[in-house]
Design a protein around this ligand. Structure first.
Ligand code: GLU
Length: 294
């Protein structure tokens, strides 16, 4: 078993991160496996070296150990870009220069006041730029726009070839937000209707969380992905990308989120629950374990 903790260095780690890291660490060690750490710093506008340094510090203080070198996603942007180009060259992607506003305007709300449809990657793309592809086989991938997955082509037209059938699945050993567990199945039609043309590469990043996470989990041989329930629906995107890119699908273990006293899930900006703050106030690693329910 190989598990991982993959934080983004965009703020202090809080109790929710402690729970996720401890769970992934203990699961691997109890089974004689390995726990890896990966730094997900593709968002250059938000990632900071000082937060990365604090991640190492907090996790070591909690008693975790991981092998070196630690993979930092910003060191592998060329790997993500090469796979993106592969998707582009095969006609599975299109370039898109829509702003969020353009997308909202293009979405016809069926009823006045109804919120536009959203999926695990945000607003479900209305299709405006879908013609900007390399389906003719002669168009180079533009470098200065966002690139989206042509979900319809991937999921429907090439259904069996690319996705291995019209039903996709993954194994869940934890729980989704509605108690989903065991074999989780979803249809390619559901992917078209409720996920849509997800962003594979943001213009300002050259990649996306979804593309990078799928490539790195495979490259690092992760067998069990342990993470919060907030990413349960995004796992469907990851399964689709794994099929198209011919990568194995790990087992997923989504855990419940640690909430504050008001029942709100903790956010990065929630400094009040930062591990470092508890530490400064004299808490021990055992106290942190107890606080998150170990
Ligand atoms: N980097 C993501 C985060 O900090 C986690 C990604 C994952 O575990 O798949 O929220």
């Amino acid at each position: 078993m190989i598990t991982r903790f993959a934080p983004s260095p965009t703020g202090p780690l809080h109790l929710g991160h402690a729970y996720s890291a401890l769970l992934a660490h203990d699961m691997a060690l109890e089974r004689g496996g390995e726990f890896l750490l990966r730094i997900e710093d593709i968002d250059k506008s938000r990632a900071r070296p000082e937060w990365e340094a604090q991640i190492y510090d907090d996790l070591k203080w909690l008693g975790l150990w991981w092998p070196s070198p630690v993979i930092r996603q910003s060191d592998h942007l060329d790997v993500y870009r090469n796979k993106l180009r592969w998707l582009w060259n095969h006609g599975y992607a299109f370039s898109c220069d829509c702003s969020r506003r353009d997308i909202q305007d293009a979405m016809s709300a069926p009823q006045e006041g109804m919120a536009p449809a959203t999926g695990p990657d945000g607003l479900i793309y209305p299709g405006t730029c879908r013609a900007n592809t390399n389906q003719s086989g002669t168009v180079n991938m533009p470098e200065d726009t966002a690139i989206r997955l042509l979900m319809d082509t991937v999921a429907r037209k090439h259904g069996s070839e690319l996705t291995g059938g019209n039903v996709l699945s993954f194994h869940e050993t934890g729980q989704g937000p509605n108690g989903e567990t065991g074999l989780i199945e979803f249809s390619t039609q559901e992917a078209i209707d409720t996920i849509g043309d997800i962003v594979l590469a943001r213009r300002d990043m050259g990649t996306s969380y979804h593309l990078s996470v799928v490539l790195d989990d495979a490259a690092q041989g992760i067998t069990h992905v342990v993470r919060g329930q907030d990413l349960f629906e995004a796992t469907k995107i990851h399964v689709i990308l794994q099929r198209v890119l011919k990568l194995p699908t790990p087992v997923y273990h989504h855990h419940s989120l640690i909430r504050d006293n008001a029942g709100k899930r903790l956010a990065k900006r929630d400094d009040a629950r930062a591990i470092s703050k508890f530490r400064e106030e004299g808490a021990t690693p055992e106290d942190i374990r107890a606080m998150v329910g170990f």
